[in-house]
Design a protein around this ligand. Sequence first.
Ligand code: MG
Length: 312
Amino acid sequence: MEHMERAVATVVGSAVGDALGAPFEFGPPGAFSVRFPAPGSGGEMCGGGGWDPGEATDDTQMAVLVAESLLQQGGPDLPDIFARFQQWAAAEPKDIGLQTEDVLTNGMPWDLAAAIHFQVNQRAAGNGSLMRASTSAVYFARAGQSATMDAARRIAALTHGDRAAWEGTAIFHELIRLSLTGVDPLRALPDVLDLVDPGHRRRYAAVLATDWHPAQATEFNGAVWPCLGTAVWALRSTTSFEDALRAAIDVGGDTDTVAAVTGGLAGAYYGWEAIPARWTESLHVPLPGFGGRVLRVADLTDLARRLGAGLD
Ligand SMILES: [Mg+2]
C-alpha cells in the first residue's frame, strides 16, 4: 500500500470517526450497536444531538486549522496556529472543550496561556490536544521519530499545560508515523513507550498494555490516557476500520473524540479502501470564523495529500 493512501486515510478516517461518534456523546455504552446491530447495513452517519448527518466537530475543525497553518507557513509556526485557534474560538463553534476555550479566550499570549491555565487549575490532561493531531501526525511523519514526537508536544502545549497531554499526543504521532511506513504500530508499542517522558511512562504503559480494557479506565475518557488507550484497544481488538470505530463508539462517553483518535489510527493502519464510502459521502467540516467555509471529503483528501507530500 502506498504511503499516501495511508496518509489520506489518517486524516479522513479521523474526521469520519468524529462525525460518526458525535451523536452518541455522553450516551450509554453499547448505544451504537443497539441502534445499528448489523455492521455494514448503512445509515450509521445519522446525526443527532445538535449535529447534522456527517458533520464533524471541533476535533476535526482544529485539525484542519493546524493543517492549513503548517502548509501556509511552510512549517510549525506556533503563534500562527494559536491565532487561528483563537479566531475559530471567537466564532463560537458548536462544540469546544472547556479547557481549550479558557486558554484561547483568557487574553494571555500564546506561549503563556496554557501554562498559566494549568498553574491555576492543576488539571489539564484532557484529550483536546490528542483529538486534533491527525493532520500534524501526517505532516511530521517524514521528519522522523524524535522530530514528530517533539512537534506533537509543542502543538499540544499551545492549549494543554499538562505534560501528560503532550506525551499522549506524541505517542499518537509516532504510531501514525510507523503505520505510514508500513510498520505494525501495535507490535511497536513497547518501543514507543520507551520514548515517553519517564515521569509519564507508567500511566501510558498501563492503558496501552495488551490486556487493558476500557472498563479498567480510572478516569472518564475525556482524559488523555483512557482516550488513547481506548483507541488502541479498539484497533487491537477488531479486524477492520468499520469494526474498530463501532467498538470505540460503543464504549460511550466522549465518543466523538475517542472515535476521531481511533479513526486516525485505523485509517493509517488499514488505508483508504477500508473506509466505508457511505461514511464519507455526507462528511463535512464547517470552519467557524473562516468565512463560512465547509470542507468535504475531496477537500480533506487534497489537504492530506499536501500534508503527506514527500512521504513516498
Ligand atoms: Mg468534538
